[in-house]
Design a binder for this molecule. Structure first.
Ligand code: BES
Ligand code: MN
Ligand code: ZN
Length: 488
């Protein structure tokens, strides 16, 4: 992780310096000092580049003098529109621009400490890399940025704001690491092993294997898993920071690889299904963040970990399984497996913990990508209050949600000729009918389902998210907890 430190505002005499510039702002503070020390190099460069601080604009000045290796200015856009999110994005763009510099300073003088810390978070999140399997990368091809010194006039405030954000970044990285791993490495058992390593944060962790899940009667989850030589796990993580309060519960789909099973997927793009465990990955990162920042809440995270494979032992289309809830399911398509996993884990979550609410995260349907693209995750809920809070947390973090409809007419499409329900419907509205299926395993409890199939992985860099695993959901749900459920 980028090493972030905070120091009092004094002009550096070497290395790189970052400036955050609001639109049409005049030079002041460290910016003005740097300009003076370099004989006006910054003012001249801004004029030559027509840099005015517009949102998304950047300007790099190499070797401007005064010992500095480079000055990078990031445009913040209009002063009136400045939110902490803007500072995160600016910090992220700065980290990307300074990738070649081993160490850099950020002029955050004159900013509230919270904004300085937000910029540090953005820089940290953007500087993430997953390099585990690159053995031949040349040093000159590797990004060098390892440390960021934030120069601030509000050091105490900034350091106080940074402590929980650092724990949050650690949670995001936990998720990104898990989601980036290939499926030959991250089997359900290995996934569980990695979760156990988070016990150091103060999480209480319990794992269930094949036999224990059989004893419990997890017929729906086990049907998905039965075609794989890699046995399933369910892992339960508990963070107790909220005294005797009832917990909040987060549930994740953790299909470590989804071939589709006997209803096998086409070859093109199937490699993407290594990240069909992104919901579970987000739950784990979220729990790491909550524990890491000692959140004043009781929270439980549950993940269903299975591999969906075709084989001689795989479940067949037409099979009927009995879920942990007792309801029977006709499995008409083995590729609609995520809902089968969630069904048992959700039922267990509410039976065992009687939570205040449940939120599940799942890369559930291709159809949600058709509906919402990669800009919003689908939000489905039986509770307007929970949905409103989630939408607000989405706006605040930039992990945006769009609420989708639910209702009886969708639900009745799940009627089966042989069992209590079937696991697929026709294509129309199939993200919604998938949510209706899951809702049948929720018993009069505030619940929300986030379909993150379009947002869990990114094919291009964004300001605070390098391409690849996004960890969508971690910042969102950390914010949901912080804004509405801590100490309340
Ligand atoms: N894991 C997939 C959904 C998915 C698709 C996630 C693309 C990420 C990117 C899920 O298990 C699945 O296969 N869904 C099917 C459901 C269908 C068989 C009813 C789908 O979306 O096609
Ligand atoms: Mn599938
Ligand atoms: Zn899947």
């Amino acid at each position: 992780m980028l090493e972030v430190t905070f120091a009092d505002a004094a002009l550096p005499t070497s290395g790189a310096l970052g400036l955050l510039v609001a639109e049409s702002a005049g030079a002041s503070g460290l910016w003005h000092e740097a300009d003076e020390a370099t004989g006006g190099a910054i003012t001249r460069a801004f004029a030559a580049a027509e840099f005015t601080g517009k949102d998304g604009q950047t300007c790099t000045i190499l070797a401007p003098g005064a010992g500095l290796s480079r000055v990078v200015a990031i445009g913040l856009g209009k002063e009136a529109d400045l939110t902490p999110r803007k500072y995160e994005d600016a910090g992220g763009s700065l980290a990307a621009t300074l990738a070649r510099e081993p160490a850099a300073a950020l002029a955050a003088d004159g900013l509230p400490g919270a904004h300085a810390a937000a910029a540090a978070l953005g820089a940290t999140l953007r500087a993430y890399r997953f390099d585990l399997y690159r053995t031949k990368q040349k040093p000159e091809d590797k990004p060098k940025l390892a440390a960021l010194r934030v120069l601030t006039t509000a050091r105490d405030e900034a350091e106080t704001a940074w402590a929980p954000l650092k724990a949050l970044a650690n949670g995001v990285f936990t998720t990104r690491d898990l989601v980036s791993e290939p499926a030959n490495i991250l089997t359900p058992a290995e996934f569980a092993t990695r979760i156990h390593k988070l016990a150091d944060l103060g999480l209480q962790i319990e794992a269930f294997g094949q036999e224990e899940l059989e004893t419990l009667g997890f017929g729906s989850l086990l049907g998905v898993s039965q075609g794989s030589i890699n046995p399933p796990r369910m892992v339960v993580m508990q963070w107790r920071g909220g005294g005797d309060d009832k917990p909040v519960a987060f549930i994740g789909k953790g299909v470590t690889f989804d071939t589709g099973g006997i209803s096998i997927k086409p070859a093109a793009g199937m490699e993407d299904m290594k990240w069909d465990m992104a919901g579970a990955g987000a739950v784990v990162g979220l729990m790491a963040a909550l524990a890491g920042r000692r959140a004043r809440v009781n929270a439980v995270g549950l993940v269903g970990l299975v591999e969906n494979m075709p084989s001689g032992t795989a479940q067949r289309p037409g099979d009927v399984v009995k879920s942990y809830s007792g309801q029977t399911i006709e499995v008409l398509n083995t590729d609609a497996e995520g809902r089968l996993v969630l069904a048992d884990v959700l039922w267990y979550a509410q039976e065992k913990f009687d939570p205040r609410f449940m939120v599940d995260l799942a890369t559930l349907t291709g159809a949600i990508i058709v509906a919402l693209g990669h800009e919003h995750a689908g939000l489905f809920s039986n509770d307007d209050d929970l949905a409103t809070k989630l939408l607000a947390a989405g706006e605040a973090t930039g992990e945006k949600l769009w609420r989708m409809p639910m209702g009886r007419d969708y639900d009745k499409q799940l009627k089966s000729d042989i069992a209590d329900m079937k696991n697929i419907t026709g294509r129309p509205g199939s993200s919604i009918t998938a949510a209706q299926f899951i809702a049948r395993f929720v018993n009069e409890k505030p619940w929300a389902h986030l379909d993150i199939a379009g947002t869990a992985w990114s094919s291009k860099d964004a300001p605070i998210t390098p391409k690849g695993a996004t960890a969508f959901g971690v910042r969102l749900l950390d914010r949901l907890v912080a804004d509405y459920f801590e100490g309340k």
